[in-house]
Design a protein around this ligand. Structure first.
Ligand SMILES: *Cc1c(COP(=O)(O)O)cnc(C)c1O
Length: 212
């Protein structure tokens, strides 16, 4: 399936809000177009809504195109936004390995999306047969945390690519702990896997959880 077929129709049809910072981005002595307070406090101006500068820095550090970066208020917001973008409440479902990070099921409940946990094997490897047996025509997202919280093991990149290629919806690989592992990242595979989302965070190895 294409991304256009996977995105909720109302999201695809939506006209984004354009703020004053979108419409003018040059230098100016006085800015009055956003009704901000002009008292300089370091916080009085709205920031760049597309976070262009920091994305350019991150693109260099992580080897990924600026156009492919989305910054959330923590991965937790990215998880919620994934549901809101792809899953129709009361209609669509998601599949996840089990046990795994708890926020995937919390956000499923918030968004009224059915959550289908699939038990890992006893050695914490993925039961691919059971995973795909849980998938049906309304399965929009597959959650795989690697290295997995709480089991601590990481999955081979070839296996994750095989799963992401076979699954017709959005595969999310949550790499919150990738910097603690030698297994490597799925980021270089983003170009050939258009339905793959890779999540990383400033909260663990980067010691910046409060940056949200
Ligand atoms: C801690 C954690 C997160 C949350 O990250 P934030 O960026 O702080 O929201 C996401 N995924 C996993 C697997 C985590 O353990």
């Amino acid at each position: 399936m294409t991304l256009q077929q996977l995105v909720r129709p109302n999201i695809l049809a939506m006209q984004p809000y354009t703020c004053a910072r979108n419409e003018y981005s040059g230098e100016a002595r006085a800015w009055l177009d956003a009704n901000e307070n002009s008292m300089i406090s370091g916080l009085n101006r709205y920031p760049d809504p597309l976070q262009t500068e920091v994305k350019c820095r991150l693109a260099g550090i992580r080897g990924v195109d600026v156009a492919n970066i989305f910054l959330g208020v923590g991965s937790d917001e990215c998880i919620d936004i994934t549901y809101r973008t792809f899953c129709r409440p009361g209609v669509d479902n998601v599949v996840a390995i089990e046990p795994t990070y708890g926020m995937y099921s919390v956000c499923a409940a918030i968004n009224d999306v059915e959550y289908r946990p699939v038990l890992l094997h006893d050695d914490f490897s993925i039961d691919e047969e059971a995973l795909f047996a849980a998938v049906d025509a309304n399965t929009k997202v597959l959650w795989i945390c690697s290295p997995n919280n709480p089991t601590g093991n990481a999955y081979p990149l070839e296996q994750l690519e095989r799963i992401a290629s076979r699954f017709e919806g959005i595969t999310v690989v949550d790499e919150a702990y990738v910097d603690f592992s030698t297994i490597g990242s799925m980021v270089p595979r983003l170009q050939r896997l258009p339905r793959l989302i890779v999540m990383q965070t400033f909260s663990k190895a980067w010691a910046a959880a409060a940056m949200r």
